[in-house]
Design a protein around this ligand. Structure first.
Ligand SMILES: NC(=O)c1ccc[n+]([C@@H]2O[C@H](COP(=O)([O-])OP(=O)(O)OC[C@H]3O[C@@H](n4cnc5c(N)ncnc54)[C@H](O)[C@@H]3O)[C@@H](O)[C@H]2O)c1
Length: 319
């Protein structure tokens, strides 16, 4: 049996992954989350140790005690916009501490690591000077992992798309006030009758299109990939995880307004030069996705929207 350490287990993706794994009962899971941003109510899905990933002694002690052999590493700060205003914070948490954590894992002999990266690498034109600190550090950690991976330290890098939605009953969702994700942001602005700034390329006359997967599908994917890791023959695999359809921010705004039966008030704002209209994603490891037998169940845009709405209404006490 796998003994798995999940970092960021109380975060958005982490809490859904812990809930999923708790239900399938086939893995022993331990979480490390310093609760700088997480949902403390998600503790019921997995035993959490409130430790920072950079705390060498405590991490080593826990890995030995729990006989951990595989790590699903989600812990990081995740707000692109915030990473511009708090560059040092992101450098410390998403770069320096990440490298330290990886060094701890290799030193203690962890065999398998799954690293949560982001498909925003493809949204930005790869220019380290101009890209957001959030994306830059994801890229630098990917490069560091490429250097460190070997037959004794196998690495899977998953580039998640935009993760969205909440549980079908609306009881679990994202509680991260620092994050301005598109669905909750648009829902709140439309409900409060505020103006939405929509990014737009005035030259190409196009809105940017983005890719979304439901968080429950991400959780089942994480489980399947953990199961797959011991069978992996390569030392390093990149997985660009995306849904079949891209949606423009304009379409999403319209869908939300329709669902809420409200008018949407918006203005167009020039898309940043570094951002693409629609990211070109070259390889998706379709053979591997087939091998692990992962099937999306909830990632159609209407389920994502409906569950997001349920969760927001529940949290805000709205009818
Ligand atoms: N949510 C998305 O749309 C998305 C998309 C692409 C990639 N990702 C990546 O997936 C991972 C998880 O994202 P999320 O949306 O669940 O984020 P989240 O902010 O909800 O969860 C991250 C968790 O990590 C914890 N954490 C942060 N720094 C820590 C540290 N130094 N030590 C211990 N714990 C720490 C926080 O307390 C939080 O609970 C991140 O690495 C993120 O970059 C997320």
């Amino acid at each position: 049996m796998h003994n798995v350490l999940i970092t960021g287990g109380l975060g958005y993706i982490g809490s859904f992954t812990c809930k999923y794994i708790k239900n399938v009962k086939r893995l022993k899971l331990t979480s490390v989350d310093n609760l700088s941003r997480g949902n403390s109510f998600a503790k019921k899905y997995c035993k959490n140790y409130q430790i920072d990933i950079s705390n060498k002694n405590k991490i080593i002690e826990l890995i030995k005690k729990k006989k951990i052999n595989t790590v699903l590493h989600l812990a990081a700060y995740t707000c692109v916009r915030e990473s511009f205003t708090k560059k040092n914070l992101y450098k410390k948490n998403n770069y320096i501490k990440q490298k330290k954590f990886i060094d701890i894992l290799t030193k203690i002999g962890i065999k398998n690591l799954i690293f949560a990266s982001s498909y925003s690498l493809f949204i930005n034109k790869l220019n380290l000077e101009k890209m957001s600190p959030y994306v830059k550090y994801k890229l630098l950690i990917e490069k560091y992992l490429k250097k460190k991976s070997n037959k004794n330290f196998k690495v899977i890098i998953i580039r998640y798309p935009n993760v969205a939605g909440a549980s079908l009953d609306g009881k679990l969702g994202e509680k991260n006030d620092f994050i301005n994700r598109i669905f909750p942001t648009f829902i709140k602005l439309i409900l409060n009758r505020k103006k939405i700034n929509l990014y737009y390329d005035f030259k190409k006359k196009k809105y940017p299109s983005r890719n979304y997967l439901h968080v429950e599908d991400i959780a089942s994917f994480n489980y399947k990939i953990i199961q797959y890791m011991p069978k992996m023959s390569k030392n390093l695999i990149y997985i660009n995880l995306i849904n079949d359809v891209f949606f423009s921010n304009f379409t999403i705004m319209q869908k939300i307004a329709l669902k809420l039966n409200r008018f949407c008030n918006f203005r167009k704002k020039q898309l940043k030069k570094i951002e693409t209209i629609k990211p070109k994603i070259n390889f998706q490891k379709k053979d591997l996705l087939k091998k692990i037998n992962w099937k999306k169940k909830f990632s159609n845009i209407d389920t994502i929207l409906r569950t997001n709405l349920l969760w927001i209404k529940k949290r805000k006490g709205l009818k």
